[in-house]
Design a protein around this ligand. Structure first.
Ligand SMILES: [Zn+2]
Length: 272
């Protein structure tokens, strides 16, 4: 082993925290704020708007990685931090303005626009299950360096202000990737399967927990190849692309969540 390789090995071996990649910081609605909390032996606990947020060690400091809701107004915000010795601190940051484009689509299937009473019951049951999964917290250190989960064209960006048949709807909570039915979908980082199911709007879907409230969601699948509780390595196949649920064509809806808030998946990978 050359001296340089030996040195590199020692650095990587002794300081694994140096290797931890963080998402791209974008302190704006639908983005991610990264706050330097300072050093401490053990991890502090941080909350934003009453929700626990991811805290990871990089170099010699703890950093909070905070998901910012699309509905957040630009201006001053802060997180509350509790240290292992009981001390508390507040860390402020400024939320910037970010523009999101409009998207107008037409859905002809009447049932997807005005669901009947049985559909409404199912939609409510779906919402309860998905909300419970979104509340998942695990202590695994998250890997924020995602791989794009499937091949295909980015057909619809995160945060689009959507109108369906000219009616305003919730903004787009994920990134759509379009490719033929059957295109494989892979885990973008190590994670645990916390939800699988067939939902009214999302169709066949999978949710992964990557640790510290970092979750990812895969909707409109043709087939699901994993089970709840299963641990996946980066690149493991979790299913195939389809057109189940409310869709206008085959695509993957990919959602990424931090502190139960959908954030822009494009902040978690480098565009090819
Ligand atoms: Zn989508």
């Amino acid at each position: 082993m050359s001296a340089m390789r030996a040195t590199l090995f020692l650095i990587l071996f002794l300081c694994p925290s140096l290797l931890l990649a963080l998402p791209t910081a974008l302190p704006a609605p639908g983005g991610v704020a990264i706050l330097d909390l300072g050093p401490s032996q053990d991890a502090p606990r941080a909350e934003f708007d009453g929700e626990r947020v991811a805290v990871v060690r990089t170099e010699n400091s703890w950093r909070a990685v905070v998901g910012l809701p699309l509905s957040l107004e630009p201006g001053d915000q802060r997180i509350e931090v509790t240290w292992p010795d009981g001390r508390r601190s507040r860390h402020g940051f400024t939320v910037l303005h970010r523009d999101y484009a409009e998207s107008r689509i037409t859905i002809r299937e009447e049932r997807m626009i005005s669901p009947g009473p049985d559909d409404l019951k199912r939609i409510e049951a779906d919402r309860v299950r998905i909300r419970a999964a979104l509340a998942t917290w695990s202590d695994a250190t998250p890997d924020f360096d995602f791989a794009v989960p499937s091949e295909g064209r980015f057909s619809s960006g995160f945060g689009l202000r959507r109108f369906i048949n000219d009616q305003p709807r919730n903004p787009h909570s994920g990134l759509d990737i379009a490719a033929p039915v059957g295109t494989p979908i892979h885990a973008p980082a190590p994670g645990r399967v916390i939800l699988t199911g067939d939902f009214f709007y999302a169709g066949k879907a999978v949710m992964l927990d990557h640790g510290h409230g970092l979750l990812s969601f895969y909707a409109h699948l043709d087939s699901i190849g994993v089970e709840e509780g299963q641990r996946l390595e980066r690149g493991a196949r979790l299913g195939t692309m389809g057109m189940t649920g409310r869709v206008t064509g085959p695509h993957l809806h990919w959602g990424v969540y931090l502190n139960r808030t959908p954030v822009d998946p494009e902040l978690f990978f480098t565009r090819p």
